[in-house]
Design a protein around this ligand. Structure first.
Ligand code: NAI
Length: 549
């Protein structure tokens, strides 16, 4: 851990990625800060440096190569890295994060160059405090932690999963304005069950099978306790944990500290945000819609839980909201006569009487018997939204809302272009994975992608600015509502449901402000007026500019 050193000089200053300006140090600075002779004589501006690095970036042969280039730049000069990213958000988001970060995780050990963040390894379990104290900076606003067990759609990647916290925190800074010096990526190295990795001589992680659940929960408990003691105000964000651990971990800590799980809550908030825009464009509020979800796994149930809460916030009772929500899994509609449902799934079980007399209990039957306005998919079943199902749904409503949300693209429940065709261009669509624009007349329409990047950087900015101590469900809903309000489809029906990535920093400030105000209302942040909160959010934003020394 390095204490803040405002008067660093010479090599220390030049080679620290957080303080360096490289060739942008002025002649005066070079003389005053012990840098004479360490740099070629020319002085560049950050704009010139960014143009130069962009040319280098563009010359890299493929996306992984570009990712490696950007990571190296980040390790060399963080200010320039973020300036470059800010200049090219749309182009670089998929390189720094999904989908390219998936390849970087798979090849983590081969492309490993310099350490970043913390490797909290099970063999060091007796010295966790020391591990944490070895962090780069004393003050930390946001930690992203994973155990690498369920990385994107790629399964167990062991310590390769570290690519995710690193990439995700880059977006906290790029989009949410979190000071990069106050971010900390962490991998919990608790072994891997990926046999290929266990036999790979290059693999840099702990060469051991994943530990038992009993050992695992005790280890995570110890880790969380040390984090909480060392950094009591930090936001601890869980990322890409296996389904069996994700919800139990969230439930274990959510009422004790500032924490959230982006796969569960962030996904739900962005889907609800897109829905919020969609129901307004459709002219029928969520609480008057019948909602069908194909897939009742952790993602699907997380989204439905938020849909239910939103319906209640709009005035329905819990039971009335439940009557409007249909969840379907591989065994059909969730009904109260089934004995294979988890506790969280049982909350969405319909009385068996509502499906009695139906031929079967699949998606086609629900769409046939129920006045469905919203069809969501988090089932991983490609093509599950068939032409006949979609046409029947489209016959029942003017603006059918259809979100095939499963990732990756090959698993999507339908292709947006098909949905557009089968509904005569009336469907309001959002997907989980990126899809090419849908051709329309002379032009084309961008398809909204429910990317969590619309939510998590705003959460980080909000809790940092408001000094919140918890992430409440109402804060997540406030994020979703504000995102929905920013839907381009509200002013022009031909526009997509979610804003363009290039507009993210501005929209994120709006979302963060709404979330921070909600935190104050929920009593989990110090009292402040709405104006004070909005100002705190603006002030909290870090920008990629060289500071005078
Ligand atoms: P999971 O494996 O926990 O759940 C899958 C669900 O689909 C289960 O309830 C299963 O019974 C059901 N299912 C499987 N086959 C079916 C069939 N033939 N008919 C009906 N239901 C069927 O998976 P999880 O974690 O919930 O993820 C689901 C999908 O959501 C994945 O593709 C994942 O990549 C995606 N996802 C998307 C996100 C986004 O932002 N769009 C975020 C998180 C997950």
């Amino acid at each position: 851990m390095t204490p803040q050193q405002p008067h660093r000089r010479g090599q220390d200053l030049l080679f620290d990625p957080l303080t360096t300006k490289g060739t942008a140090f002025s002649h005066d600075e070079r003389r005053e800060l012990g840098l004479l002779g360490l740099l070629p004589v020319a002085v560049k501006s950050i704009t010139e440096q960014a143009a130069h690095t962009y040319a280098e970036f563009s010359s890299r042969r493929d996306d992984l190569d570009k990712h490696i280039y950007l990571r190296a730049l980040q390790d060399r000069n963080e200010t320039l890295f973020y300036r470059l990213l800010s200049d090219h958000i749309e182009e670089m988001l998929p390189i720094v994060y999904t989908p390219t970060v998936g390849d970087a995780c798979r090849q983590f050990s081969e492309i490993y160059r310099r350490p970043r963040g913390l490797f909290v390894s099970y063999p060091d379990r007796d010295r966790l405090r020391e591990v944490l104290r070895n962090r780069r900076e004393e003050q930390v606003d946001v930690i992203v932690v994973t155990d690498g067990q369920r990385i994107l759609g790629l399964g167990d990647q062991g310590i390769g999963g570290m690519g995710i916290p690193i990439g995700k925190l880059s977006l906290y800074t790029l989009i949410g304005g979190i000071d990069p010096a106050r971010t900390l990526p962490i991998i919990l190295d608790v072994g891997t069950d990926n046999v290929e990795l266990l036999h790979d001589p290059q693999y840099l992680g702990w060469r051991h099978r994943r530990i038992s659940d009993e050992q695992y929960y005790a280890f995570v408990d110890d880790f969380v306790a040390v984090v909480h003691e060392e950094l009591p105000e930090v936001l601890l964000q869980w990322e890409d944990f296996a389904t069996v651990h994700a919800l139990p971990l969230l439930n274990r800590y959510r009422d004790r500290m500032l924490t959230f799980n982006d796969d569960i809550q962030g996904t739900a908030a962005v889907a609800l945000g897109a829905l919020h825009g969609a129901v307004r464009a459709a002219g029928r509020p969520l609480s008057q819609q019948q909602v069908v979800m194909l897939g009742a796994g952790s993602a699907g149930i997380g989204v439905l839980e938020m849909v239910r809460q939103q319906m209640v916030a709009e005035g329905l009772s819990d039971a009335e909201a439940g009557e409007r929500i249909w969840a379907i899994d591989i065994n059909g509609v969730l009904t109260d006569d089934r004995d294979d449902l988890s506790e969280s799934q049982r909350r969405f079980a319909q009385p068996t009487s509502r499906v009695s007399g139906w031929d079967a209990r699949g998606l086609a039957d629900v769409v046939h018997h129920v006045d469905v306005g919203i069809l969501l998919g988090l089932s991983t079943v490609a093509g599950a939204f068939t032409e006949s199902i979609v046409r029947e749904l489209a016959a029942k409503t003017d603006r059918p809302i259809i979100f095939p949300l499963s990732n990756p693209t090959s698993r999507a429940e339908a292709h947006p272009a098909e949905l557009d065709e089968w509904t005569g261009g009336r469907a309001l669509i959002a997907t989980g994975s990126p899809f090419p624009p849908i051709p329309h007349g002379q032009g084309s329409r961008r398809v909204a992608q429910c990317n969590n990047v619309y939510i998590f950087p705003a959460m980080g900015l909000a809790v940092t600015a408001a000094r919140a101590s918890r992430v409440t469900d109402a804060m997540m809903r406030a994020a979703a509502t504000t995102l929905g309000d920013a839907s381009p489809a509200l002013s022009d029906p031909g526009q997509p449901l979610l804003p363009a990535f290039a507009d993210l920093p501005e929209i994120t400030t709006r979302i963060a402000t709404a979330v921070a105000i909600q935190a104050v209302r929920d009593g989990v942040a110090p009292q402040a007026s709405d104006e004070e909160v909005a100002e705190a959010v603006r002030q909290a934003r870090w920008t990629p500019e060289y500071r005078s020394r």
